[in-house]
Design a protein around this ligand. Structure first.
Ligand code: HEC
Length: 132
């Protein structure tokens, strides 16, 4: 007959609780750094094409090379002074904040267009990263 060992049960219970915490923590970090899908991003970029294109200035500045570029730095495009003097550099984090709400990141900007869905933002940024 097996003898029940209360202390072992306690350790098992602790391990179960700990692994639930670890699972929850890693889910949270996955959420913070969503993996962008550039193929889906290319399709989603159509929403930007009302004002932007990759290689030509339009209502908004052209996008080739935007990831890694200083904000407001295309010479032949007329930016708002707010964006020109923002001191930002476009990377995954600043682009995510920009696409979430441009006016919150750069008050006075003349881009008024938001993408509410975090995965869609990550996908668009992944696509822009490929347009070197
Ligand atoms: C309704 C027009 C419009 C739409 C749609 C739009 N933008 Fe813009 N965007 C602008 C304008 C105008 C600016 C210039 C902002 C300024 O000078 O303050 C701009 C600027 C930007 C910049 C800064 C570039 C630089 O050279 O500093 C990025 C990045 C950008 N847009 C990304 C996007 C993306 C990605 C989308 C689609 C998800 C998008 N925009 C949709 C009008 C738009």
């Amino acid at each position: 007959m097996m003898k029940r060992d209360r202390s072992t049960n306690g350790i098992v219970a602790c391990a179960v609780v700990a692994s639930i915490f670890i699972a929850a923590a890693s889910l949270a970090s996955v959420n913070a750094t969503l993996q962008g899908n550039p193929v889906s991003g290319k399709a989603l970029y159509q929403a930007c094409e009302g004002c932007h294109s990759i290689d030509a200035n339009d209502l908004g500045p052209r996008h080739r090379g935007v990831v890694g570029r200083r904000a407001g730095s295309i010479e032949d495009y007329t930016y708002s002074s707010a964006l020109k003097t923002s001191g930002l550099t476009w990377d995954e984090a600043t682009l995510d904040r920009w696409l979430t709400n441009p006016s919150a990141l750069v008050p006075g900007t003349k881009m008024f267009f938001k993408i509410d869905d975090a995965q869609s933002r990550a996908d668009i940024i992944a696509y822009l990263k490929e347009q070197k």
